[in-house]
Design a protein around this ligand. Structure first.
Ligand code: AKG
Length: 258
């Protein structure tokens, strides 16, 4: 049976609110996985990629705003099963902010522990979350995500460095970590403040996944001062406090039927 907003138990929703992440198996069926994986490979071949990594050691590379790069990637970002689950977990109406099509090739390094909020130029109700959709099987050794349950409920850190060295924060350092292997077609959902990381890819198969960020439907532009991050809020010159809406940031709530 496929997972939908309707099949999520109240315990699963409560677990997400407590832990800041949840694994939802079987969100996509086999034909969808095949279609989205095939399109993802085409988009990766055709589009400019951003490399994450230093000193020649790649963590992953990704196509930014992949929801704008193909019809299928937009359909995946607005997929009714995924967005239905996202809204049920958030407990609030959401808008699409952006997708990233992620490629972690064999031999890639681990993804450093971080949380997402600081790299997202919006503010609103604290319900923002990412759906991370696996398009291939991702066991531990292929670099599945690891989460720090409850870290989204810690008070904001005083140290800016904690965003990117999240295990370096003393309170986080001693908290349990949970690694979540996933099958193709599964999703994990994580809160914008939860600390997460991923292993390296020690296999010879490339890890392909799509991470889509959803925000509070009433979210407004919150400049971060980083030109690249602020540019994610769309063309023109958005003004602080301006609502993020319209075609670029659609409400996801229409048509949640499976
Ligand atoms: C995210 O989706 O927020 C991530 O940090 C993804 C990291 C990864 O896929 O290794």
């Amino acid at each position: 049976m496929l997972s939908t907003a309707e099949t999520l138990s109240p315990e699963t929703v409560a677990g997400y609110r407590r832990d800041g992440f949840v694994h939802v198996p079987r969100v996509l069926h086999a034909a969808e996985i095949e279609e989205f994986l095939s399109d993802a490979l085409d988009v990766l071949a055709a589009e400019e990629k951003t490399r994450w990594g230093e000193d020649g050691a790649t963590v992953l590379d990704f196509v930014e705003n992949s929801q704008l790069k193909s019809e299928a990637m937009r359909r995946l970002a607005l997929h009714p099963r995924i967005t239905g689950v996202a809204e049920r977990l958030a407990g609030a109406p959401l808008r699409l902010f952006k997708s990233e099509l992620l490629r972690k090739s064999g031999g890639s390094r681990p993804t450093e522990a971080h949380f997402d909020e600081f790299a997202l130029p919006f503010s609103g109700a604290e319900v923002g979350l990412t759906a991370w959709v696996a398009l291939v099987d991702v066991p531990m050794e292929r670099g599945c995500l690891t989460f720090v349950p409850g870290s989204h409920r810690l008070p904001p850190s005083e140290r800016a460095a904690d965003a990117w060295d999240a295990y370096g924060r003393e309170e986080v350092r001693w908290m349990p970590r949970v690694a979540v292997p996933v099958r193709a077609g599964d999703c994990t959902f994580h809160h914008t403040r939860v600390v997460h990381a991923a292993g390296g890819n020690a296999t010879d198969r490339t890890r392909i996944s799509v991470a889509t960020v959803y925000m509070d439907a009433a979210a407004v532009f919150r400049p971060t001062g980083n030109e690249h991050i602020d540019g994610l809020a769309g063309g023109g010159e958005p003004v602080a406090g301006q609502p993020l809406q319209g075609e670029r940031f659609p409400l996801v709530g229409e048509g949640h039927s499976p």
